[in-house]
Design a protein around this ligand. Structure first.
Ligand SMILES: NC(=O)c1ccc[n+]([C@@H]2O[C@H](COP(=O)([O-])OP(=O)(O)OC[C@H]3O[C@@H](n4cnc5c(N)ncnc54)[C@H](O)[C@@H]3O)[C@@H](O)[C@H]2O)c1
Length: 344
């Protein structure tokens, strides 16, 4: 039996590039596609170097259904992991049509192209953002769902489309993975998160302050009802997240049915805890200033990860110190990200 072959969409992005290596390490074959809307082709060189073989890759826009159909007619694919999406919450509020056209357009085109070839196993990148404002913590999968911005709605509607598909045809199997806050990088320091423009998330911002690209961090709100007043989130190492995808795929390939699981650690850390851990990991000062709360931010959010452990036998292994150390190795070796990489 040949190894299962997995199509990764959004393959050169942050989470997908780490998942690519995890899948190969677990014995899967991988075929990647991306349109480079938010990633660099240099990722492919780094993957080649890290895996010791050339990655199978095609530049393709996932909203292009004919191109996906042609790809799936040419290539053997047993299951798909669909990462390709635009993900900036603020930008989604300013450009809702672009977000819905891309995120939902890509999902629809992909499912239709898969359907045409009888491929019915899909892992979908969802997000803890579908929980909106948590009513209680930790967040279990059956918590109330509420999307509060266009990006979140694109994920929630994506989940619903997959549920409709599974109801119409039980042969369709989907794994909806609700990620909490992915951070960190590959231990080699050769791939990592490389935000374009101002980072939207805390750890890449802190990393850029540590490396001297930005003068200080703005901490939005220190009057929340949390131990130190700053916002609390469930940060998960991207390598743990990558391994969660391997576990989800194994389950899809081995057992019938669909499932939705949280991928988080079950532990929350405040902004100031992250700042202190990053300062310790990097040996650098992280100057910060307190700014007003940002509209839409919740005080605290962390996962109940029990279902993922029960169903997939997966749990996050890496703590905050490792997340900061691995992020720092990537950031300090690549201060300008892939943009200024020497191996262009
Ligand atoms: N990083 C997070 O905090 C986070 C949290 C929850 C969920 N997610 C989801 O996880 C997935 C991966 O996120 P990431 O952080 O790696 O983001 P990323 O931007 O690094 O990766 C997404 C990749 O998809 C590609 N892409 C976008 N639209 C495409 C299209 N139409 N056709 C082909 N490629 C396309 C981009 O070029 C990029 O390489 C996304 O679906 C995102 O919404 C991310």
């Amino acid at each position: 039996m040949p190894a299962p072959r997995i199509l990764l969409t959004g393959a050169t992005g942050y989470i997908a590039s780490h998942t690519w290596l995890a899948l190969q390490a677990a014995g899967f074959e991988v075929l990647g596609v991306d349109n480079f809307a938010n990633s660099s082709p240099l990722v492919l060189q780094r993957l080649h170097e890290l895996a010791g073989r050339a990655p199978a890759f095609e530049q393709l826009d996932c909203t292009d259904e004919p191109a996906l159909r042609a790809l799936l007619a040419r290539e053997r694919v047993d299951a798909v992991v669909h990462f390709a999406a635009l993900k900036a919450v603020g930008e989604s509020t300013a450009r809702p049509l672009d977000y819905h056209a891309n995120n939902l357009g890509a999902l629809l085109a992909l499912c239709r192209a898969m359907q045409g070839r009888g491929i019915r196993r899909l892992v979908f990148s969802s997000s803890a953002t579908v929980y909106g404002r948590p009513e209680r913590l930790p967040l279990a999968e059956d918590a109330r769902l509420e999307a509060v911005n266009p990006y979140g709605r694109s994920k929630l509607v994506g989940e619903q489309i997959l549920a409709d598909l599974g109801a119409a045809d039980p042969a369709w199997q989907s794994a909806v993975l609700r990620y909490f806050n992915p951070v960190g990088a590959h231990a080699s320091g050769r791939i990592g998160e490389d935000p374009r423009g101002t980072p939207n998330n805390l750890m890449p911002y802190v990393a850029q302050v540590a490396v001297g690209r930005r003068p200080w961090l703005q901490v939005f709100g220190n009057d929340y009802e949390t131990p130190d007043g700053t916002g609390v989130r469930d940060y998960i190492h991207v390598l743990d997240l990558a391994e969660g995808h391997v576990a989800a795929l194994r389950r899809l390939l081995d057992a019938p049915g669909s499932f939705t699981v949280n991928l988080g650690t079950g532990r929350g850390h405040s902004v100031l805890e992250v700042v202190a851990a990053y300062a310790a990991a990097s040996g650098r000062d992280i100057p910060y200033r307190i700014a007003p709360r940002r509209p839409g931010d919740v005080a605290a959010c962390w996962a109940d990860p029990a279902l993922a452990e029960r169903l997939l036998g997966w749990r996050a292994q890496r703590g905050l110190a490792a997340m900061c150390e691995d992020s720092w190795r990537w950031q300090s070796l690549n201060p300008q990200g892939f943009a200024a990489a020497g191996d262009a």
